[in-house]
Each structure stands twice: as C-alpha cells, then as structure tokens.
Design a protein around this ligand. Structure first.
Ligand code: FAD
Ligand code: SF4
Length: 480
C-alpha cells in the first residue's frame, strides 16, 4: 500500500510517490517538491541583482549564462530561459541537482558575498529544464546529414554521452561501448537516487537512443574487444571510462566480512532503485538496515554512503575522517545535510585495525592531529599520541577515493601514454592522446572530478575530433 500512497504538496500542484525507491524518504520528496515549486524558482531568480560582474558564470565550468536565464525566469519567460540554458549545457537539470554549487556558481554569487545567502542557482536551473521536459520543449536531437564516418565512444558516463549528442548533431554514426548493463556511468550507479533520480538520467539516454546513437551495453573494452579492434572499426575513438580502482589502506582485519567498497555498496542500492534483484542486498550483506555503520573517508562518496545508510534504516552511522571539518575534501553542504539527518562525524580519526571473529564487530581508531601542510596545501594528518578508541561496527564502508585502472594493460595497448597517476595523457587543447585519432575526456584524464567537468570536456572535444576526422581519416580510408 505504501508504494501507492502519494504525498500532495501545497502550491506545487504535483504529487510524488511516498516510496518509489528504497533509499528515498518522504523528506526527500518534500525537498524535491520545494525545488519544483514555480513561485520559489521565480522568487529566487528575482533575487539576482544582475550585478554585471557574473562571477557565478565565470565559476561555472560550462560558462552558463546564469544572470540571463535567472532574469528570464523572474519574468516568467521559462521557455526562453530553458533554451538559453540548453545552449551551453547538455544536462542542465542534472547539473542543477548534483553540482557542488557551494564551490562553483553559488559560492561566487555577489549576494552570498554580501552576507544575504546566494541565489539558489542550481535549483532554478533544475526547475527550468524539468519544466521543459514536462511541457515538451525538450526537442529530439536532430542528427546532421550523414557524413559517412563513425565514432566509437568507450564509456557511457556524462563525458561520453555529451560527446555522443554533439557528434550525432554533426552527422557522425555514434557507437557507445559500456561494460555496465545500463548507460549513465556514475550518474546511474554511483550517485544515489535521493540526489539524482534515475528516471532523470534515463530520459537523457533514451533521447540519444532515439537520435540513433547505438549502445553496446555489457561490452567491456579489453574483454570483448581490444582498443586496436575498435580503432579498426571506427574513424575515431573517444575514451571516457572514468576512474574505478578503489583506493585502499592496509589495515589489519580488512579481510573480515562486513567490510565493503563504497561503490559496491552504492551500486547495490542504486540497482534496487531500478527494481533489480540484488542478492547481496536482499540477503542483508549490502543493506545497512538495523546496523551500526562506520564509513571511512571524508569525500563526496563518503557523504553519499552515510546518507544512503541513514535512508536504509541503519541503527547508527559514523563517518571517520583523518582530518578536521575545515580540511575535508567533501562539500560542506553535504556534511551539514548528513549531520541534520543524524550522521555522527568522527574528525581527526583513522582506522588502525578491524576486529571480529568472522564478521567485523569493532573498529580500532587512532586519534590524529594536523601537522604541516602537504603538497596540496592541506595540513597533513599525523598520529596523535594522546590515544586510541574503539567504535562498534556491523558494517564498514571504505570510501577513500578512486584511481584509474591500468588502461594500457586492460585495453591491450601498451603504447597508450598515461601520466604517473595512471590518468590518460591527452593534449590539453585538443583532447587527443598520443594515439592518432584516439581522444579522451572526463575523469580518466582529470582524475576523479565532477560531472560538470566531464560534460564540458565532452562538448569541447567534439570540435577537435571533427577537425581530425575531416583532415585525416577520410583520405586514409579512401586509400585503404
Ligand atoms: C559515489 C560518487 C558520487 C559522486 N557524486 C557527484 C556529485 O554529486 N556531483 C558531481 O558533480 N560529481 C559527483 N561524482 C563524480 C562524477 O560522478 C564523475 O566526475 C563523473 O561521472 C565522471 O564522468 P565520466 O564520463 O568521466 O566517467 P563515468 O561517469 O565514471 O563513466 C564511465 C563509464 O565508462 C565505463 N567503462 C569503464 N571502463 C570500461 C571499459 N573497459 N569498457 C567499457 N566501458 C567502460 C563505465 O562502466 C562507466 O559507465 C561522484 C562520484 C562518485 C563515485
Ligand atoms: S552547471 Fe553547475 S556550476 Fe554551472 S550553473 Fe549549473 S549548477 Fe552552477
């Protein structure tokens, strides 16, 4: 019955299912409803002072024309606002939901500087494009006249999908290869549904499919084809594989059951959102319900894990991080959200050992203190002789960040150049790797980054791929 009950929200005219996804709570729907409310969007948009120094746009990686679409929204000219916002972004409603706005556009709003709280730019951006979808203003992608050339894209995350759209518009045949069973990359299986509803991602994927982009899912490059085989098939290749090797720390007891990698945990939860059978979730292994959960790490992935655990009904959720609040990499807004929801942060603490008979039962934690700044400018943590303590834990989630996999090895292309961190070495202007006609974008070039940067890269690279194919491949193919 709960599945069918709906919550009504005054002023929005919209209904939201009370329980559509296992990790969504009524509060999430209320928050979503508020973000949808038209009067809220107009009210926020009219707070923009049209200051003439658009720091917000400068600090948006896409250079969105923020003050202009805020003005149009305030004037009720929503369709024009949508069209303007759509000019510079391929997924405005997605960025509006999940960009860390406090570090980007909103963090640089002059109203924020004056102490009156930033215009909620992300929420307005989301509202504009969600309205466009509802009203049918989001038109199908119009594929350009066929140019007879094809591109193979490895990876269906935001970088690959964005490039696919632009390449179709330019008239290329586009094939996307992805090892998952669904497209979207981390939009689909990394970021939780309470931040980014999965139907919002899937309607973007469907739009590409309708435009003729061919998806080869469950297709792992390295297993099902080598990079060279794909190069022989297509005129140009784009690598957009993201970074997936979970960082680890060598801690005694880390082999005990009940200790999980963050992405395994989040993927299971996201799969349940799609209604998939997930044995490891269904038998309780990857379900936090009723458990004392300890998440190790202080980045955005850790924040997603703690907030997911709360939604799954964990008994207690603690986040153990070796630096303090000021020096953590995750968004302060996310920390505030997590605290409000009941997550306890254990700052200046690092796991020393995991303890238990077969399953994890306790985490031995070392107290830390901050020493001199390291190469990144952040103060490095060091062990505080003052003492250790113990936390109860039935489930531990390791959220220590991600590194690139060994792509030259995996792809059977030892000649593909990578940096000493394993990211692909691509020309910073054209995005081309050292292999002719092979380009790369997104996290696999930048290291773990943001969706908005992958979108920016995907948009930028297309012009250079187009130039390269026009200048090279046609003649090569003609000669072959
Ligand atoms: C848990 C989590 C939460 C995040 N939350 C946010 C957030 O709130 N806001 C934000 O801006 N950013 C967030 N990020 C970061 C953001 O998701 C990434 O920066 C972004 O998705 C990178 O896009 P991409 O296209 O480069 O790669 P990805 O999104 O990682 O997509 C890469 C795709 O390539 C596929 N692939 C990899 N190897 C192969 C292969 N050999 N063969 C075939 N396919 C392959 C993968 O299956 C995947 O679908 C988060 C990241 C994580 C892990
Ligand atoms: S794309 Fe991100 S940074 Fe740019 S306006 Fe939208 S929310 Fe802000």
């Amino acid at each position: 019955m709960a599945q069918e009950r709906m919550l009504k929200f005054v002023g929005t005219g919209q209904s939201f299912p009370e329980k559509r996804e296992p990790n969504l709570r009524a509060e999430d729907f209320r928050e979503i409803a508020n973000r949808y409310a038209p009067e809220k969007a107009a009210e926020q948009a009219s707070r923009c002072s049209q200051c003439g120094v658009p720091y917000c746009s400068v600090h948006c990686p896409l250079g969105n024309h923020i003050p202009d679409w805020l003005r149009l929204t305030a004037e009720g000219r929503l369709r024009e606002a949508y069209e303007l916002s759509n000019l510079t972004s391929s997924m405005p409603e997605i960025c509006g939901r999940i960009c860390p706005q406090d570090r980007l556009c909103e963090g640089n709003c002059v109203i924020e500087f004056s102490g009156h709280g930033a215009v909620t730019i992300g929420s307005v951006e989301k509202y504009i494009t969600d309205t466009a979808w509802t009203e049918g203003w989001v038109e199908p992608i119009e594929a350009g006249p066929a140019c007879g050339q094809s591109v193979g894209i490895i990876g269906a995350g935001p970088g690959g999908l964005t490039a696919a759209e632009q390449l179709r518009i330019a008239g290329y045949e586009v094939h996307i290869y992805d090892r998952y069973d669904r497209a979207g990359g981390l939009l689909t299986y990394g970021i939780p549904g309470f931040k980014l509803e999965k139907d919002v991602v899937m309607r973007r994927v469907d739009r590409l499919q309708v435009a003729g982009v061919v998806f080869h899912l469950n297709f792992e490059v390295g297993r099902d084809a080598s990079l060279d085989e794909l190069r022989a098939k297509h005129d140009s290749i784009l690598i957009a594989t993201g970074v997936y090797k979970a960082r680890d720390i060598k801690t005694p007891g880390s082999g005990l059951s009940g200790i999980h990698a963050a992405l395994d945990y989040l993927t299971a939860s996201n799969r349940k959102s799609f209604g998939d059978a997930v044995p490891a979730f269904d038998n309780g292994t990857l379900n936090a319900e009723g458990k004392n959960v300890v998440v190790i790490g202080g980045g955005d992935t850790a924040m997603d894990c703690v907030r997911t655990a709360i939604r799954q009904g964990a008994k207690s959720v603690k986040c153990v991080y070796r630096r303090d609040r000021e020096n953590m990499p995750g968004s302060q807004r996310e920390v505030a959200n997590a605290e409000e929801e009941g997550v306890e942060f254990v700052w200046l603490a690092a796991p020393k050992a995991f303890d238990g008979t077969e399953r994890v039962e306790k985490v031995h934690v070392s107290k830390m203190r901050l020493g001199a700044p390291d190469a990144s400018g952040r103060r490095s943590p060091e062990q505080d002789p003052e003492g250790d303590f113990i936390l109860d834990a039935d489930m531990v989630i390791m959220a220590l960040g991600f590194e690139p996999e060994d792509l030259p090895g995996l792809f059977g292309s030892p000649d593909l150049n990578v940096t000493r961190w394993g990211t692909i070495r691509a020309d910073h202007v054209t995005g081309m790797t050292n292999l002719e006609g092979v380009f790369a974008v997104g996290d696999i070039v930048r290291g773990a980054s943001l969706v908005v940067w992958a979108i920016k890269d995907g948009r930028d690279v297309v012009e250079h791929m187009h130039r390269w194919m026009a200048a090279n491949v046609r003649t090569t193919k003609a000669a072959a």
